[in-house]
Design a protein around this ligand. Sequence first.
Ligand code: COA
Length: 302
Amino acid sequence: MPPIYRPIEHTDLKAIAGVFVESLNHRQIAVGLEPLVDLNDPHAWEEMWQTVRRPLFEHVSAHAGTGWLAEVDGKVSGYARTIQREHVCQLTELFVSPGQQKAGLGRELLKRAFINVESRSKLILANSNPAAISRYLRSGVYPVSTIFDLERKAEARPIETDLEARPITNDADTQVALNEIDRAILGYIRPEEHAWLCSQRSGFLYWRNGIPQGYAYAGQWNGPMAALAPEDMPAILAHAETIAAQAGETFGLMVPMPNRSAMMHLIERGFTLDTGHTMYFMADFSPPGLDRYIFSMPGFFA
Ligand SMILES: CC(C)(COP(=O)(O)OP(=O)(O)OC[C@H]1O[C@@H](n2cnc3c(N)ncnc32)[C@H](O)[C@@H]1OP(=O)(O)O)[C@@H](O)C(=O)NCCC(=O)NCCS
């Protein structure tokens, strides 16, 4: 039977998350890393789905974008989703079950996910899988920046700055400030992500003389983080790491290579570069502020 392609429904979210985990497990093992979870252990998988994956999978499908899945012999075997934020269409996921790869499912799913986006900007946070990169290049994006994964056990750090940290809330002034920073750094706004991040992580806006200068989210997953001036990045990182340390978390970050101030700050504090998770910012545009930005982990959206 040829594969069936159809739009993703809300009731499909756990099945596509299963494809995501199965596909990543396979890739993790191939590059010598631990699998995310044993899918044959229903308790472990159910717990991971409810606590870690479900909020993110629901968020991606909750706003503007596309979602397509492929069924092979009645089984969900691949899927792709995008989110649409202003003029930017970002591919959040493209995953095919290991047993169904190299048969054209990825090509068909990507074609459907990026349908009707010719007049918009495309963005993908890609891993280093050659099959994925080859597909993405042919969809019209190019590698704008390498993204390194740096991490270590979080520590309380001295914070030498005149910035004032205030918790991110859902009020109108905070939203205006976040949007202004995103427009300066990314070139587009995404209030949907901030509303979701604010419900999941500890978020802070950093002010100087009543003017917003940057933001950061920390928690079980960290990022995104942004600073209008690169000189403020070390203090923002030190503050976010201190928040993560209070919760006893590991401090893992996805840092674009042009963000020199963050890279130097982290390397000098003993963070290690995890080359197994190197990613690429692929797009058909170059955002103005990758030198002052840290991505949201895991790399579903910028
Ligand atoms: C990436 C992925 C979605 C691709 O799906 P797929 O169904 O296997 O892909 P397709 O069969 O449609 O296409 C694969 C293409 O990669 C090409 N390819 C594979 N290895 C390649 C290499 N080393 N160099 C260049 N091209 C390569 C194949 O030739 C094929 O292109 P073609 O159709 O023009 O011949 C799938 O491999 C997957 O799920 N991988 C694990 C998860 C992952 O890495 N996802 C990407 C997240 S950013």
